[in-house]
Design a protein around this ligand. Structure first.
Ligand SMILES: [Zn+2]
Length: 336
């Protein structure tokens, strides 16, 4: 399923949960001008297309959002164990905290012994999907997009590009959030904002590049769930009497996590096409104010509506039939 490429870590819904350091430090990462680093295992990218189509998405995203990082992209496969192990050692080195009392070599050894790291290496050597977007919350702060089965990724250039776009929006988001706080807190964003806006932006950017029909994709999110998962929005709304976009417990329910992606993408569409907020404000600019103002005030300032009112209006909107909600894209296109 394509969704596994969008959020390859542990399946849908978990890719923003894989932060793997518990100790809190400063959260806001400024524009670093750090150029993303791609590390590709031997045996992959023999004709150059794996990296070419990943970069197609990554370059678009960094031009749009700016450079945040350091950001490391790991594209791994089963062909060369020595190459994979060498890359994991490089990864361990990048994570060494120079301020720690523990020597660098000890930190590297400890990192490589972590159960999740051992498991990832094994997955890469077996060609299995594991990994995903990961970031650290203590020094050195960095972001990583790990694909353990990049052989599969190489076979699908469109999803390869799409996934790169989606994950980089998360990098931008996390750089403006305190991910140590609950997603319902003022200094972190709700899951629908994280996944919904990344789902919207990646599809829209794919359309801009001529690779996807955006409005058709948005319809598919309602009808089938598209490349995100099942059920789609229409089936979900039919079978779910009460739901709340900002209810973070859907993650725990597991099966309902697509709410955040699909309904979140439509909530993003509502802000842009019904509320009339500029696309770049919704996808990018408002995040800049979250660290200073908090999420609710930043939302109100940039969207021109309180979060509370927005939830009520969006609920009325999304419950309409497909033909009615799809009109928001028609009017936009006709006015161009
Ligand atoms: Zn995601």
């Amino acid at each position: 399923m394509a969704g596994s490429l969008l959020c390859p870590a542990t399946g849908l819904g978990d890719d923003i949960e894989t932060n793997d350091n518990a100790n809190p430090v400063s959260n806001v990462v400024p524009v670093s001008n750090a150029v993303p680093v791609l590390r590709v295992a031997e045996g992959l990218n023999t004709n150059g297309s794996l990296v070419k189509y990943y970069r197609r998405g990554l370059n678009y995203a960094t031009e749009y959002f700016g450079n945040y990082g350091p950001y490391y992209v790991y594209l791994l496969g089963p062909d060369s164990e020595s190459s994979v192990r060498k890359i994991y050692r490089q990864r361990a080195v990048s994570r060494v905290n120079p301020d720690s009392d523990r020597p660098a070599e000890q930190q590297i050894a400890e990192y490589l012994r972590r159960p999740n790291v051992v498991s990832e290496i094994q997955a890469a050597l077996k060609g299995k999907a594991e990994g995903g977007l990961t970031w650290t919350q203590e020094k050195p702060v960095l972001y990583e997009d790990v694909t353990t089965n990049a052989t599969q990724r190489a076979l699908d250039p469109v999803e390869n590009t799409w996934g790169a776009l989606h994950e980089y929006h998360h990098v931008f988001q996390m750089a403006h959030c305190d991910t140590k706080q609950d997603r319902s807190s003022e200094k972190n964003i709700n899951s629908w904002m994280a996944e919904g806006m990344a789902t919207y932006s990646s599809a829209k950017f794919m359309d801009n590049m001529g690779l996807v029909d955006f409005s058709r994709y948005m319809l598919q999110l309602r009808v089938s769930g598209a490349n995100i998962g099942r059920p789609g929005i229409n089936d979900f709304l039919t079978t779910t009497n009460t739901w709340q976009l900002d209810d973070e417990s859907y993650w725990d329910a597991g099966k309902s996590a697509p709410v955040y992606y699909m309904l979140g993408a439509w909530a993003t569409a509502y802000l842009i096409h019904v509320q009339g907020v500029d696309e770049v404000v919704v996808l990018k600019n408002w995040y800049h104010d979250i660290p200073r103002l908090g999420k609710s005030a930043a939302f109100k300032k940039h969207m021109g509506i309180t979060l509370t009112d927005f939830y009520v209006r969006f609920n009325d909107f999304i419950c309409q039939p497909d033909d009615d909600v799809m009109k928001i894209f028609q009017s936009k296109e006709n006015s161009r």
